[in-house]
Ligand binder design. Structure first.
Ligand SMILES: NC(=O)c1ccc[n+]([C@@H]2O[C@H](COP(=O)([O-])OP(=O)(O)OC[C@H]3O[C@@H](n4cnc5c(N)ncnc54)[C@H](OP(=O)(O)O)[C@@H]3O)[C@@H](O)[C@H]2O)c1
Length: 331
């Protein structure tokens, strides 16, 4: 395979961002888009210059011209969209969070392994060069003792929720809420860099419909602790920081690190990474492309072990704060 032809699921702004990121990857061709409505699909296809529109998902998957599917539907639909795409022998790039819970994820991983198709979760920082700068410089701050990862962003959909509307992102029916939407960006690097915690304590600020609007987690690693903070009800000007006995690393945005400052004891602080050549989304798509064209079925950077570890943390946080999704009852 030298070219990857993609079918897209979903027509929201993130799908547009994905297509824009693909423009810098010559091996990718966007073949078609699936939308629930002809009107939305055609409008999206026209704007993004996509040749084929499907209003029937199976019909898109039946097209042998499509090699891979990018799934950007609401979280609760990831499982059925990925499951069916695997059934039709497609490789998958699925938006975060992979699924609603571990049961669903384990089921998909088993299927992807069985069918020998690449399946990857679109967790953009993992492939960003700035994230690798963090990894490479971690040894310079000595034994890590405290981690504070923070991502708080006032949601553009929150005013609608306050007015009594029911936007998808605050609706438990869609396996949504602050943890699944943005808390995950703090959890991923923490598990990737420091492994699974020995235990965790969690708190959530829940909205009237039972979904979490914000939350905090304390990971106990015994020799260090991590404080995770996330919210969709307020902004924050705090960044994130990894603190060691010999210094610290300050990260501007944990979901999309750009500017990283290394502060070593007794030395001038140093900016070790500033700016990116491409859009942050480019790097995960580049990784997906490289892994697939190399003929591999799992990315080292986006291992199933890591995805499963993160999903088990999401499950445990929700168990502790009692955020329950309809999808939890289904499998
Ligand atoms: N990586 C990132 O930076 C990033 C950023 C934002 C979102 N995301 C992820 O991308 C995914 C989509 O998020 P979003 O906020 O774009 O979601 P969304 O707007 O609620 O829905 C995405 C698309 O799914 C379809 N859809 C909407 N409601 C649906 C329903 N009730 N049933 C079936 N399909 C429905 C719509 O397409 P049609 O109307 O055309 O069918 C819509 O464009 C989520 O998993 C989210 O976590 C990632």
């Amino acid at each position: 395979m030298s070219q990857i032809k993609f079918g897209i699921v979903g027509t929201s702004p993130i799908a547009k961002k994905f297509i824009m990121a693909c423009k810098d990857i010559p091996e990718i061709l966007i073949y078609g888009v699936y939308s629930r409505t002809e009107e939305m699909g055609s409008q999206f296809a026209k704007e993004m210059n996509i040749p084929h529109v499907f209003t029937n998902y199976k019909a898109m998957l039946e097209t042998e011209d499509i090699d891979a599917v990018y799934v950007a539907s609401p979280n609760a639909y990831h499982f059925e969209h990925v499951d069916l795409a695997l059934e039709y022998h497609k490789h998958i790039l699925c938006e975060k969070p992979f699924t609603s819970n571990s049961k669903e994820l384990n089921c998909l991983i088993e299927k992807a392994k069985d069918k020998k198709f690449l399946m990857m979760e679109a967790m953009k920082p993992l492939a960003m060069p700035t994230y690798h700068t963090i990894k490479e410089n971690l040894n310079k701050i000595g034994e890590v003792r405290k981690i504070v990862f923070n991502f708080c962003q006032y949601s553009s959909k929150y005013p609608a929720f306050l007015k009594g509307e029911n936007p998808n992102i605050f609706n438990p029916e869609f396996s949504a809420g602050a943890l699944m939407d943005i808390g995950i960006y703090c959890i991923y690097p923490c598990i990737d860099l420091f492994g699974m915690p020995k235990s965790m304590k969690c708190n959530a600020n829940k909205l009237a419909n039972g979904i979490d609007g914000s939350g905090s987690i304390l990971f106990d690693y015994q020799d260090k602790e991590a404080v995770i903070m996330y919210s969709k009800m307020n902004d924050s000007s705090l960044g994130s920081e990894i603190m060691g006995e010999l210094g610290s690393m300050f990260i501007d945005h944990i979901s999309s690190p750009t500017r990283i400052e290394l502060r070593q004891k007794g030395k001038e602080s140093e900016i070790i990474s500033e700016g990116l050549k491409y859009d942050p989304m480019y790097y995960e798509v580049r990784e997906f492309t490289d892994v697939l064209l190399e003929g591999k079925t799992e990315s080292d950077k986006y291992s199933y072990k890591l995805s499963c570890g993160v999903m088990s943390v999401l499950d445990e946080v929700r168990r502790q704060v009692q955020v329950i999704f309809p999808a939890d009852k289904s499998l």
